[in-house]
Design a protein around this ligand. Structure first.
Ligand code: HEM
Length: 417
């Protein structure tokens, strides 16, 4: 039907997707000089699209829905089955309001303070410890902070395993085989743990402060006035804890960015909030984390000479949009100062999705992510000295999600006066 739309002719492109990873959509958008193309993935016809205009279309709730979009394998690892990511309409807005109310600027600042405190406590403990893998340390710091802030009890002896489980759920999103199964086991363990915590709060055996994430999830009421069942309350509480731990990936890339652009160390030493912010925004734009998003066509429409048929799966290219040369001058250069001029469009800078988070599916945790990254960058750049020994700092663009191979090892770390 779509004669004018490039069709990537191949029986099925699933293998190419695994082989090209973050660049799969961008490679074809560049090749066909078109914002969109049709292809086949996992046995179904899919439209892939990229760029600011495509993002605007993708976030139009009249045209797209999330019900039926996320494969079960992603729900059983990353999201949790039937969680907020798969909801639409009023029910979604109501659930989203719950998340948004927990991520206000005062929550963001509190988290940033806790993160700085935890980093400093870790530094005191680890000073003189030899080699430290920053990614591992960041996951533990964030896991302690996330649970403490949310009101979820966590013993120091549990931190490492819980942090690893949260990360394994994230690591499973693009994986087949062992990484996928590891993610499923991690989710099962985390859901059992958090279900028990929710039950204890509801039974009055565990105190939860009003205003805490734990309290909010345990006593949230659906539009019909009923409480979430324990499983769903646990899943949504995990939808707050897990992504906070996942900020470890961006923190690891932040350290890499500082290593690859040492001239910025001097610029950041004043601890100026605007400089810290521009630097971490550029980390979120430049380095790969989320590759693309999926939604299903809600009802037939046409855009860009392409017929979108009800029920079709459509993928929006996050990585490619963040590297689109129409939006970003010399997109493959790391230049934090570009954020001085950035207009703050809701659809051109989409490392955590696009649009208005209160109205659609854009990540509600961006404010938290930004503040936690700023505090971590301030710590790395200004509160410690360290060396970066010989190691493999390369990261693959075909493995999703990716990370510098070594996890970023530092040695001879000492606290500054
Ligand atoms: C949704 C990325 C941190 C909570 C999303 C989406 C992306 C994303 C791409 C999907 C957007 C869409 O479907 O249109 C990230 C990245 C993070 C991060 C890269 C940094 C590590 C956080 C944090 C929280 C959070 C810190 C909470 C504390 C959520 C929730 C959703 C979501 C609850 C589902 C929203 C919905 O379906 O309406 N995130 N996120 N995320 N994120 Fe984040």
């Amino acid at each position: 039907i779509n004669e004018k739309v490039p069709e990537d002719k191949s029986l099925d492109n699933s293998l190419a997707l695994m082989q090209e990873g973050y660049l799969f959509i961008k490679n074809r958008v560049d090749k066909y000089q078109s914002d969109l193309f049709e292809t086949r993935l996992l046995g179904q016809k899919v439209i892939c699209m990229s760029g600011e205009e495509a993002a605007k279309v993708f976030y139009d709730p009249e045209r797209f829905q999330r019900t039926g979009a996320a494969p079960k394998r992603v729900q059983k690892t990353l999201f949790g089955v039937n969680a907020i990511q798969t909801m639409d309409g009023q029910a979604h807005k109501h659930r989203k309001h719950l998340f948004m109310s927990l991520m206000t600027p005062s929550h963001q600042n509190r988290l940033a303070d806790l993160v700085m405190e935890q980093w400093q406590a870790s530094a005191t403990k680890l000073e003189g410890a030899g080699r430290i893998v920053l990614f591992d340390e960041a996951q533990m710091v964030l896991c302690r902070v996330a649970c403490h802030w949310a009101g979820v009890p966590l013993k120091e002896s549990e931190v490492k395993e819980r942090a690893k489980d949260f990360s394994a759920m994230v690591d499973a999103f693009g994986a087949l085989g062992p990484r996928h199964w590891k993610g499923r086991r991690a989710r099962r363990r985390a859901e059992e743990w958090i279900k028990e915590v929710i039950e204890d709060v509801r039974a009055g055996k565990l105190m939860a402060n009003e205003g805490s994430v734990l309290y909010a999830m345990a006593f949230h009421k659906e539009l019909d006035g009923t409480q979430l069942d324990t499983q769903m309350a646990a899943i949504e509480l995990i939808n707050v804890l897990r992504p906070i731990v996942a900020i470890a990936t961006f923190i690891t890339f932040t350290a890499l960015a500082l290593h690859e652009n040492p001239e910025w160390k001097g610029k950041l030493c004043s601890g100026d909030s605007d400089d810290l912010e521009r630097f971490i925004q550029e980390v979120r734009r430049y380095y790969p984390f989320g590759p693309f998003l999926g939604a299903r066509v809600r009802r037939d429409f046409s855009w860009n000479q392409c017929e979108f048929k009800e029920g079709m799966l459509v993928l929006l290219d996050m990585y490619g949009t963040n590297h689109d040369s129409r939006l970003w001058e010399r997109p493959d250069e790391f230049r934090p100062e570009r954020f001085k001029e950035w207009k703050g469009s809701l659809f051109d800078f989409i490392p955590q999705g696009g649009g208005d988070p209160a109205m659609g599916h854009r990540c509600p945790g961006e404010g938290i992510t930004v503040e936690v990254m700023k505090a971590s960058l301030d710590f790395i750049a200004n509160k410690i000295d360290y060396e970066v020994p010989e190691q493999d700092l390369s990261y693959s663009l075909t493995k999703m999600p990716t990370l510098p191979e070594s996890g970023f090892i530092i040695s001879n770390m000492r606290q500054k006066e």
